[in-house]
Design a protein around this ligand. Structure first.
Ligand code: HEC
Length: 241
């Protein structure tokens, strides 16, 4: 078969189909609009649906080795920011747990995790444009991954599935799009420590009060059932490249 024959045959099919459509009187087209040009209406409908359904352009995504000298300043800044976040959140949670047990810690996280995260981002200076904690199993749906975070989480999950350790850091470059400036993202893996289990461990070990509190504040919680040493997710720092 000559390489030109498939487009040629498609052309014939298209021509026959087109001829059939053309031969059909306009009045027989199934349309509720009393329009004199249903074809134009259909074209506008299809274009409109496409525009409506078109997701915003996804930025092209590339990976850098964290040791790449080109990203060294960003990685250094991200490490400082992550240390500041952990140094802010952990003592706050621990203090709340000490005062009122895990339910009190849940209330603290519910009200303060996000404000404290954004406060840490602001204190990091203008080069840090984003700070977030995310996971494949989130407690708060607001922490669910975006497309690039999902790619980073999937990358770690694939390494784990291959029997490897989670990489301490991942570095991602997102190219500029019409809706978004270029962005450099540094991710750090989080591991479940013994004291995380009070709220992320086996729900059977939770008091009824803690279970109630989680159910009330996080009806879609999927972040339980972890064991010590499990990979929990990623902290993401966004920087201006
Ligand atoms: C006192 C209970 C408590 C403890 C202890 C705790 N967490 Fe959480 N964790 C929460 C709550 C509540 C949230 C949801 C916060 C929010 O609304 O953003 C959360 C959210 C998270 C998230 C964000 C993703 C998601 O699931 O929404 C990560 C990551 C996380 N925890 C990791 C940890 C790690 C790692 C530890 C141990 C170092 C830990 N947590 C200890 C209660 C706890």
């Amino acid at each position: 078969m000559k390489p030109t024959s498939i487009p040629f045959r498609l052309g014939i099919i298209g021509g026959v189909a087109g001829g059939r459509l053309r031969r059909r009187p306009y009045s027989q087209y199934p349309t509720t609009l009393n329009s004199k040009s249903p074809r134009l209406f259909l074209v506008l409908l299809v274009v409109g649906m496409r525009l409506w359904a078109e997701p915003p352009a996804a930025p092209a995504l590339t990976w850098h080795a964290p040791s790449d000298p080109a990203v060294a300043p960003a990685v250094a800044q991200a490490k400082v920011t992550i240390a500041a976040l952990v140094g802010t959140l952990l003592p706050a949670v621990n203090a709340a747990v000490e005062v009122g047990g895990p339910p009190q810690g849940v209330i603290l996280c519910h009200g303060q995790a996000e404000p404290l995260t954004q406060q840490t981002r602001q204190q990091a200076g203008p080069s840090v444009t984003g700070l977030k904690r995310t996971s494949l199993r989130v407690r708060n749906p607001a922490n669910a991954p975006d497309r690039a975070e999902q790619a980073a989480l999937d990358r770690v999950a694939a390494l784990l599935a291959a029997g490897k350790e989670p990489p301490p850091l991942l570095v991602q470059y997102l190219a500029e799009t019409p809706d978004h400036p270029a962005e450099l993202r540094v991710y750090r893996s989080m591991t479940v420590a013994a004291n995380c289990l009070a709220c992320h461990g086996d729900p059977a070990s939770f008091t009824p009060q803690l279970r109630d509190s989680l159910r009330t504040h996080y009806p879609q919680d999927t972040a339980t059932g972890y064991a010590e040493g499990d990979w929990r997710g990623l902290i993401r720092v966004s920087l201006q490249p």
